[in-house]
Design a protein around this ligand. Sequence first.
Ligand code: ADP
Length: 398
Amino acid sequence: MTQHVLVLNCGSSSIKFAIIETTSAKLPLQGIAENLGAENSQLRYSYGQDKTSLKLTTNATHKDALHCIEQVLKKFDTLGSSLVAVGHRVVHGGERFTHSCLIDDAVKQAISDMSHMAPLHNPANVAGITSAQAAFPNLPQVAVFDTAFFQTLPKHAYLYALPYKLYEQHGIRKYGFHGSSHYFVSGQAAKYLTKEIKDCNLITAHLGNGCSITAIKQGKAIDTSMGFTPLEGLMMGTRCGDIDPSVATFLIENLAYSANQVSALLNKQSGLHGISQLSNDCRTLEQEQAQGNQQAKLALDMFVYRLVKYIGSYLAIVGPLDALVFTGGIGENSSYIRQQTISQLKHMGFSLDDKLNTEMRFGHSGFISQPSSKNILAIATNEEWVIAQDTIKYAFQA
Ligand code: ADP
């Protein structure tokens, strides 16, 4: 009988959900409950070609949304009755969680205890877990951590050059995020290269609203751009990425910013949005710059420049490269960003096949490099599939 897993990605004001077939990776049902806690809370989902939008109660909570998702599943009887487990994307697993695990009270408490390191994410993950336990009391629930893939980072890569006590007493170090995506596309890249993953040196660039890049040597992550929180590294939709930390103290001391205001500025008002003063959406910026908007051009130029710098530095540490991989909403779909990036890496042995670069978009994955170039791949990521696979693996462990 066909079995399904419910995959939940609970954010502070949204719950993304997907039902996945455990053997085929088919997604018969997926959707999002959004604007939770606000007046216009709603639930949208698609079942095959059918798209439905439902209004939720005003100020709907995670619990209300999960209840509604449960009702939707009941409506599609076969899906509801074939659910075998629930998988939760959990953003921060700290040093404690080196792999996914079945959720019990102690695990839930540990995820909650790490909230200071991911204040926007872990509390929402815990709220989602509690609500899902109430909605699906008979199903095992598994936590899959964004950070787990980076447990192989060596100490010299994950430590900050701060007093060592801050690491020992407060866990201040680089953790890395987007692990499920980097894991998935690195495995796919190995298949395209017809090599075993343990023999692959890769650079994987996940470019979405959040952006991160990972150096993978002999199949293992050895460095990644996101850090203690998902703010470090590449320029992103609304996050600044790398900056001199003194900017934060300057804002506090000279411009009377509170800690919350600094955090909001760096996380929500910066990046593509902050520079363009227009949008965090790469598509909008590409259109605007084509019409001569100089701020949009500057934002995209900065995005590419910083990406190129990271690729250069990771080339130095991974050893002979098997492939550079683009993924995430921008990496999978923007032939412009890929073209701009690779054009700056010609002298390092990269060149794009323009036709393949145009073809590999919107769910089509494959090589986009010329035969004479170092390998470049564009691969559609599938974090839900990784979560579903781990959920099956850990849900039924004795
Ligand atoms: P998230 O990090 O929220 O999962 P996604 O991976 O879905 O986000 O990526 C969202 C980003 O992908 C947005 O900035 C959007 O502009 C960009 N994007 C999606 N399609 C395209 C496209 N055809 N061209 C350029 N950018 C795109």
